[in-house]
Each structure stands twice: as C-alpha cells, then as structure tokens.
Design a protein around this ligand. Sequence first.
Ligand code: PMP
Length: 378
Amino acid sequence: MQKRYLFTPGPTPVPPEVLAAGAEPMVHHRGLDFREVYERSLARLQDVFRTESPVLLFSASGTGAMDSAVSNLTRAGDRVAVVVAGAFGERWTKICAQYGLDVQRIDYEWGEVPEPAEIGAAVGESGAEIVFCTQSETSTGVVSDIQAIKAAVGDAVLVVDAVSSLGAVPLETDAWGVDVVLSGSQKALMCPPGLAMASVAGHLWDRLPPARSFYFDWRQTKKAQEAFDAAFTPAVSLIRSLDVALGMILDGGLDAAFERHVRLGRAARAGVKAMGLELFSPDDDTSAVVTAVRTPEGIEAPVLLRHLRERHGVTLAPGQGALKETVFRIGHIGWFDIFDIAAALAAIELSLTELGADVERGAAVTRAFEAYEQRVAA
Ligand code: PMP
C-alpha cells in the first residue's frame, strides 16, 4: 500500500467535490439540465478572467486554445512577434510556423525575466501587429509582467498564454487591455485536463480574418455560446467539474487565491533554501506558480524524481529541455495548501539524504511554515 501525492504544475490535485461533479450521470448537452450548468460556467469564466468579453470554451488541452488564437487571428504570411523565454514560448513559435507565419522571435535565456520595454521596442521595430507571449513560463518558474508588456506594445494585439497562471496570479484582462487570454482546466482551475478557454476582446471581432481551423472557429463558437447551445458535443462531465471548481474559487475570492499562491511560493523557496539547495526560478514573490530547483552536485534530477515516486509515492515535475538533468519543479497552483508544500519538502529532503546528498536536515519544513505565516502586504 502506498499513498500517492501529486505536486506538479499541471495536472494539479482536484478537490473531491469537483471530481464528484464529473462523475454524475450523463445528461444531454442540448437539454435544460446541461444548459443551466453551461450558462453558469461561462459566466463564472468571465469573472475569473476578469472580463466582460465572451470566454470561448473548447474541449481540448491548453494548446488547443493557443492553436485557436493563431488560426483565428492570422493569415498565412503575416508577420508576428513571439516572446520566447522557455518551453511554452517555443511552443508559440512552432504553432505560428505551422500556420505559415513570419515569426519574429524576441528571445530570452531560460530563467531570464522578459523585459517589457525591450519587448515594446522589438515589436515596434519588427512591424508585427500581433504579439504572442506567456504569463507564467511553467518550464522556468518565471512570471512575466503582462500589464507592463501590454503598455509597452501599445496597439499591437497581445495574446497571453495564461495556461498555468489564470486563477493563481493577477491577470486583469479588461483593466489592463489584454486582447486575448488563454487558459486550460488542469492547473489553477483545479479540474482534470481537457478544457481550454480563450477570452477575446470585443474590438477584435470585426477584424478577424476567416478562421483557418474548423473545430476552433471563434465566430462559430461565440455564436453557439450566445445561445448556450455548444457548436459540437461539449465535454459535459468536465464542464460540470469546471462549474463547481470555479464556484469554489469565486466563493473564496480571487484576491485571496492570489495571496495564497504568493505565500505558497514563499514557503517552497524558504524550504528548499533551508535544505541548502539552489533555486532556478526567481527568488521573489512573482514566482507564485512553480518553484524550480537545481539538484545538488552529483544527483541527476531524473534519479531524484524516480526515487521520490517509487520509494515515497511523491510526483514532482522534471526540468524541461536542457534543464532535464539538473532541475526539478514543485508546482503550487490550484488546490494546494501549506501542508502540501511541507510534504513535498519533507519528501525531497528524505530522498536526497537517501541518495547520499549532503543536505541540511530538519530545517526546511519549519522555514516553510515561517515564510507562509507572513501576510502579503496589500
Ligand atoms: N502553456 C503553459 C504555460 C503550460 O504550462 C502548458 C502546460 N504545461 C501549456 C501551455 C500547454 O497546455 P496543454 O498541455 O494543456 O496543452
């Protein structure tokens, strides 16, 4: 018998009431039973996205929402700018290339924080009218300043991948004037994987080119959602789960959720540093989604992760790309509390000791609780 613990930045743990909603008997998607849930979920999504614009809901993983943005906003040959600072910035470039776009990369080292003024200047020079960027680069733990990036790119259309950040860190879609925001169900929204969302600002609708995807056609989706009658058979069970999860998030308050994520990030960083480990992700409050940590000298990250999973039932996330051997990641988005962080830290400390690393024992959990107890200044 072994208890399993999931501490990854997506999929994330799902509350029991959310799982239970997804297990309810099936209903027909064009009947009143579903319509009520659909209507309420779409309204709740607007509250979580902090927008008055429609939030389009697709049965897909987060990448589906990214694909929809490229296929609805662009024509083949268009010049676009992409901010690349990790694996998910790279994904933007691949999608854009597949749709035949002229991609102007704005590159940063993995782990570097994108600089809004530089992005503004690069976009201006490139002449691109659309900019694709990532709010929380899950591969590095870096969270970008979307408000400043939007201010810096001016009238260019800003498309933000908020797959791992929506509901975890502030994103004021309307107040900041962000044109398109994309997310997915399996991160801070505390649901199983399988739903993707896209908020599309009102001013874009009159200037959209013909959609280059049938399934992800934004106009068709919007029209169907306005009648609460999905264009295609929706993922009924997942939307029921989403409805419950969004209700929980909004009942607790989004601002309270943002504060909790900051404090969980502080706790994770304080704990790993107390063990004597080095952070890869930034050591400040922006890093509220995922904490990326370098393994100690002589311990390969895949070995540590396998040991954690096999010996202790604990799943953490590996480093991505070139960081695979040297970095591991602790997720703390969505349905996480301080006891999850404490368990993750205790398991890391124990596993590293078992693997022969020289780590400080007994300090991490105490430091994590101390860091968590500090309130975030308003
Ligand atoms: N963008 C970011 C920032 C992500 O973290 C992820 C998922 N890890 C994705 C996009 C892709 O989402 P999915 O795997 O749901 O397609």
